[in-house]
Ligand binder design. Sequence first.
Ligand SMILES: [Zn+2]
Length: 179
Amino acid sequence: MSVLPVKDPSQARAAAEQIPWPQKSPASCPISAVKTRLRNAGLRPTRQRMALGWLLFAKGDRHVSAEMLYEEALRAREPLSLATVYNTLRQFSEAGLLRQVSVSGPKTFFDTNVSEHHHFYNEDDETVVDIPGSEIQVSGLPVAPEGMMISSVEVIVRLRNADGAEVEARVATGAGHHA
Ligand SMILES: [Zn+2]
């Protein structure tokens, strides 16, 4: 299996920072945009969901852990428990508003960009940066087990600071049932 080509991380970061929502539509009110986003996903816009939805979706695409979001809610004077943050993140994920990205062991980030793409993971500062889906081609995938089909392939390119900048790629293959 080969993964190519890995481009300069700064390019992916620059691409990730060119985030459209909601900056590209200054006429729309971000709060009502969050409410609409929740409603469209079939979620009632409760105060807790609105507060977390605002933190998640009003600043463009982001990758946050439950702990990061909990800290942000505290700073924003939203008295939510960590359990509530976890539950809300799970509900948002099940509703298709977030995508979960597992980078190492139990560490999970919640990605507001639910389109198909890949990630750089910086092991030194534990940050995640998008790699556009078009920038990586995966070849030589194995045939899925009988009765299964490959539903998606996500690549996590792990980074660490080192002379010569060694880069490892880990490919996570998701297999799903035939439709
Ligand atoms: Zn992402």
